[in-house]
Design a protein. Structure first.
Length: 284
């Protein structure tokens, strides 16, 4: 398949990109890595009239530490995140998860901002952003605003990002010394989208769990914060009884639907299994 005809524009600054977005509105799509966008266009799932290429905007790339946060520019490639010493030291959850994003060729081109703005419910990066309590930085005609990750995602491929706004960065707060992370997913093949996945971040002191952020992906129309399970675990250490109660609490957090990849019961079972695996990772 080939995409429908479209007009191509190369933006040389954020201001230029915003002007093009205002001019074309809902008929425009932003081209960053293009690893999802071009496939969707080739399948005629998307048919934008205008394609705005932002790859020449250098200020949208890079990983910096500033004001208590790790700021990752929207155009930063997955491979750069994967091999960053700053990420490895301060955001180990991203380091764990990024290896599951597609394959090396995809990570060389795909961008963090593209993954976040697409909001695929089976993708790793949106779930990690929620687990790490990140803020999504967007810029529009009215200026720059930051949106909490757990408020940014609205549903299947839907976000808080407006048609005239551009995602410019993702800002992750620096973790406290007692914070730990765990990541686990099950996919048919490495690099495929997850059937079910979980990302966990939060304090573990002397084997006792604090206020964990447990986020599932692949089991709903967006990344899901499992607050009931986290509440059961808070102040507890890992025992068979604690794990069993937390797994039961997932029934109040998750409501997966049956699809081509498995039944709702199958996905609920996988979610419970992954919780046990991830909690053992944290305990270790």
């Amino acid at each position: 398949m080939k995409p429908s005809p479209f007009n191509y524009y190369r933006a040389d600054s954020v201001g230029n990109a915003l002007a093009l977005l205002q001019e074309h509105g809902d008929d425009a799509q932003i081209l960053a890595g293009g690893q999802s966008l071009m496939a969707m266009m080739n399948l005629r799932l998307l048919a934008p009239e205008a394609l705005i290429d932002i790859n020449s905007i250098k200020e949208l790339s890079g990983i910096t530490q500033e004001d208590g946060v790790i700021r990752i520019g929207a155009l930063t490639r997955h491979s750069e995140v994967e091999h960053s010493e700053v990420v490895a030291e301060h955001l180990p959850l991203l380091k764990m998860a990024i290896r599951h994003v597609g394959h090396a060729a995809i990570r060389n081109r795909g961008t963090l901002g593209g993954s976040i703005s697409l909001a695929d419910p089976a993708a790793e990066m949106p779930a990690c952003a929620v687990a790490l309590n990140a803020e999504i930085e967007v810029r529009g005609p009215s200026g720059t605003r930051r949106i909490a990750a757990d408020k940014f995602f609205h549903g299947l491929f839907e976000t808080e990002l407006q048609a005239d706004e551009l995602l410019t960065a993702v800002c992750f707060p620096l973790a406290t010394p007692e914070a730990h992370s765990a990541f686990n997913e099950l996919a048919r093949r490495h690099g495929d989208y997850a059937l079910v996945g979980v990302a966990i971040h939060g304090p573990v002191i002397g084997g006792t769990y604090g206020a964990l952020r447990i986020v599932y992906f692949g089991v709903g129309d967006q990344a899901i914060l499992a607050s009931n399970a986290a509440q059961v675990l808070e102040g507890q250490s890992l025992t068979d009884e604690t794990l069993s109660r937390a797994q039961e609490a997932l029934d109040g957090d998750l409501d997966p639907s049956s699809d081509l990849h498995g039944s709702a019961e199958f996905k609920s079972h996988l979610a419970r299994v992954l919780l046990g695996r991830a909690l053992k990772q944290l305990a270790e």
